[in-house]
Design a protein around this ligand. Sequence first.
Ligand code: FMN
Length: 170
Amino acid sequence: MNFLKLAEKRYSCKKYSDRAIEEDKLQAVLEAGRLAPTAKNLQEQHVYVLQSEGALSKFDQLTPCRYGAGTALMVTYNRNNVYTYPGEKRDSGAEDAAIVATHMILEATEQGLDSCWVNFFDPDQAKEIYGLPEEEEVLMFMDLGYAAKEAGPLPNHRSRKDLSETVSYL
Ligand SMILES: Cc1cc2nc3c(=O)[nH]c(=O)nc-3n(C[C@H](O)[C@H](O)[C@H](O)COP(=O)(O)O)c2cc1C
C-alpha cells in the first residue's frame, strides 16, 4: 500500500473480535521490526509474543488496554547495550525500541490487522510480572488482532494539527 495511505489507515483499535491472527501475518510484523534501524545498529530490542493464556492474563493484570486482542507484543530493550549521545543526557534505548514498534504497527496495518500501542502500565511492574532481568526495560505493548464489527477509529483519530503548527523552516 502507498505509505501515506497506510499511515492514514492505521488507527488505535479498542475492541477486537475473537478471530486469531494468521502466523504468516505475525511473522511479517516481526520481520518489519527486525528491519528497523537502531543507533550504531545495536539492535538492543527484544520482542515477546504474548498469545498463551498465562502471558495474556499477566498483561491484563498490568493494564485494562488489551481490549480483547488475542495477541499482544511486548517490546523491551537492554539498557546495558544502548548508545549514549553526546552530552550524556540521553541514550538510544527507548527511541530504538520505539522505531522497532512503529515498524511493526505499520506492517500490521499493511497485513490487514488492527492494533493499538499501549503504554498505560507500570514498566517496573511489567518487568517483575514477566520475570525480566534488571537491565531489560519494557517500552510498550502492542495489541494485535482483528477489529470487532462495531469497532472503528475514535473521533479524535482524524484530529491532527495543521502542518503550520508543527513544522517550521529555519
Ligand atoms: C506512545 C503511545 C501510547 C499509547 N498508549 C495507549 C494506551 O495505553 N491505551 C490506549 O488505549 N491507547 C494508547 N495509545 C493510543 C492513542 O491514544 C492514540 O494513538 C491517539 O489517541 C490517536 O488515535 P489514533 O491512533 O487512532 O490515530 C497510545 C499511543 C501512543 C502513540
